[in-house]
Design a protein around this ligand. Structure first.
Ligand code: NAP
Length: 281
């Protein structure tokens, strides 16, 4: 079984991006800039944002974090986004989710210029992705896609089963694999026989939020299994895939942690650089 090392893949990607940023600096005499807005003091969000900032600095991006207390008014955040939209030194804007209840997530997402939407959540980017046009792609599915392609560069005709249909993961994952000519089945909580669906798959991407949902006997030999899940349990952080069981059957499998997670941040940097490049044309 191939253990898909997301940490290593992310480090390689950051190295490539660092090189690209150096070249862009020579060509344009400026570097891409990423601005992250962090609202409130949720510990996981703070950790994510710190990691994003650290990685952005590592590849040479100009990075900035704007912090607001939980009580910040929605209007203040929207006005700041408008200001960043106009700022030529800012290539990408990310508002760390989740947001406090009094702030309308969709309004925030739709205020970010689609050309600076490094998360790929703006409806314009969602539409472009599903139409097969150029767009920002949500970072986690993009990371999954790159990991799958490392194991199997030619996905033509492969049967992919996506477990979970969230806007963040399942749906964009489906679009990326469709573009690669996979035959994609998207499953969810109302799917009648999830095991039977998974047993058909050459590729499984599990993005559910249920610890070790995907079992060893759900996976046929030679399947590539990507585990997006991050679940806190008594035995620590586990994914949506039963790692010990599935590793006996799968052709390749991502561990949790150390699989998809590191790629997510590296893809955020990639998206920032792509936004910068598109803005220079
Ligand atoms: P989400 O928005 O809660 O969506 C979960 C999806 O799973 C829904 O479509 C839901 O179906 C489906 N589902 C629930 N129970 C199911 C079942 N028994 N069988 C099949 N499908 C079922 O979750 P998300 O935001 O996509 O996140 C999923 C997991 O990924 C979480 O553990 C999260 O922490 C993790 N995550 C990891 C990263 C990373 O960087 N590694 C990034 C983001 C998220 P319905 O639509 O029918 O409700």
């Amino acid at each position: 079984m191939i253990l898909i090392d997301g940490k290593k893949a992310a480090a390689e990607l950051r190295q490539e991006l660092k090189h690209e940023v150096t070249e862009l600096k020579v060509k344009y005499n400026k570097v891409p800039g990423l601005t992250v807005i962090l609202i409130g003091d949720l510990t996981p969000s703070q950790i994510y944002v710190r990691n994003k900032e650290k990685s952005a600095n590592e590849v040479g991006l100009k990075s900035e974090v704007i912090k607001y207390p939980d009580s910040v008014e929605e209007k203040t955040v929207l006005e700041k986004i408008e200001e960043l939209n106009k700022d030529e030194t800012v290539s990408g804007i990310l508002v760390q989710l989740p947001l406090p209840k009094h702030i309308d997530k969709q309004k925030v997402i739709e205020t970010i210029l689609p050309s600076k939407d490094v998360d790929g959540f703006h409806p314009m980017n969602v539409g472009n992705l599903s139409s097969g046009y150029e767009s920002s792609v949500p970072c986690t599915p993009l990371g999954c896609y790159l990991l799958i392609k490392k194991v199997e560069p030619n996905l033509n005709g492969k049967k992919a089963v996506i477990v979970g249909r969230s806007n963040l993961n399942g749906k964009p994952m489906t679009q990326l694999l469709l573009k690669e000519n996979c035959t994609v089945t998207i499953t969810h909580s109302k799917t009648k026989d999830l095991k039977a669906e998974c047993l058909e798959a050459d590729i499984i991407v599990a993005a559910v939020g249920i610890p070790e949902l995907v079992k060893g006997d759900w996976v046929k030999k030679n399947t590539i299994v990507i585990d997006v899940g991050i679940n806190k349990t008594d035995k620590g952080i586990v994914g949506d895939v039963d790692f010990d069981e599935v590793s006996k059957n799968a052709k390749a499998l991502t561990p949790v942690p150390g699989g998809v997670g590191p790629m997510t941040i590296a893809c955020l940097l990639k998206n920032t650089i792509e936004c910068f490049k598109r803005s220079q044309i």
